[in-house]
Write a protein that binds this ligand. Sequence first.
Ligand code: ADP
Length: 405
Amino acid sequence: MSERNAYLIINAGSSSLKFCVFQGSGTEDLEVVFTGQMSGIGTQQAKFEAKDAHKHVLASTALDQSDRAALLGYLLDWIRSQLGGAKLVAAGHRVVHGGTRFAAPVRVTPQVMAELEAIVPLAPLHQPHNLAAIGALADVYPELPQVACFDTAFHQSQPWQSQVFAIPRELTQEGVRRYGFHGLSYEYIAHRLPQVAPELADARVLVCHLGSGASLCAMAAGRSVDTTMGFTALDGVPMGTRPGTIDPGVLIYLMRQKGYGADEIEKLLYHKSGMLGVSGISNDMRDLEGSEAPEAAEAVELFCHGVAKQGAALAASMGGLDAVVFTAGVGENSTLVRARVTEKLGWLGVRLDPAANRAKATRISAADSRIPVYVIPTDEEQMIARHTLRVLQAEQAAPVLAAAD
Ligand code: ADP
């Protein structure tokens, strides 16, 4: 019998850390065995929750430590106690920014950590938390191989026109350019779409990753050609609490006329705008769809308008459009948003089958739609697990941490 290896996948935020454990025997068919999260990191109210693959609760505990390394130690002990005969062989991390340097996942070494630290100014709200988790895990289990997988990497294939702002060249050379995000989700869709629709393997596809953060990707033959997020995850379509594309003159106005400083602008753009700002009710599409308030309907309309308008712009980046894919929380679940967005793209030859849309079918376009439309659930954790496995295979790394250690 082949030995089963386990991979710990970590998505670390400021005060929470989501994790997922995959198992496999060296093939690409990695299966989820546990998922969960640590919340309240850095507070005195840390909590640990874990579920099995069928979403049955396995653990739900308040913890009295708040220190990140101590919590990761607890998590690893818990995972190892649950693994049976499998061996934990590596950890894979979602790291938001790989800068211009990292176009692919990488095994973390002290040199790589130093390079990732240098990129912190490009993503000061997220990168430090991603790196803190890697550092804390290295402190607790220095022998465990760790792999960093980047949200920006998939977009490195873009032509220069998609990557550069029309600003003085020196600033571009310093790194003030468009990077794009949600790359692990788009990469997963790029692998999944040809399985769902083999005839689309070389197609020009508009992928709509619509979650509480939302972006679009112009994907030609499985490679990113353009995307709506740019230097930061603020650009592009309206989101739960972010405005998406906004005239930069608004920010100058706020600074000059209303005395806003960087912190207030940051709060406005990351936390107070988007669906929440427009509706005054919620950032959650479910709440907005369930509300009678005209402001809620306006927020949904603004979201769908932004997705359709910027989707059409991305079609120009690809020189045409052959298919549309919806994914992530809103894209996978909101019948209304899919209907409104595709209606607005009707002039491009997109037509939905309303019954298929309501039924959440994989293909939701009408039989006579010139452009087929698909709903494909994304799985960023699966992508990180596969990358982690591949990086280790490429190095022919041996399992280092036995379950029973
Ligand atoms: P993120 O990973 O960016 O936090 P997700 O991809 O998990 O976001 O998407 C979360 C969002 O999906 C929620 O805020 C909610 O608006 C939306 N969502 C989830 N289920 C539904 C549903 N049934 N109908 C409409 N929107 C939904």
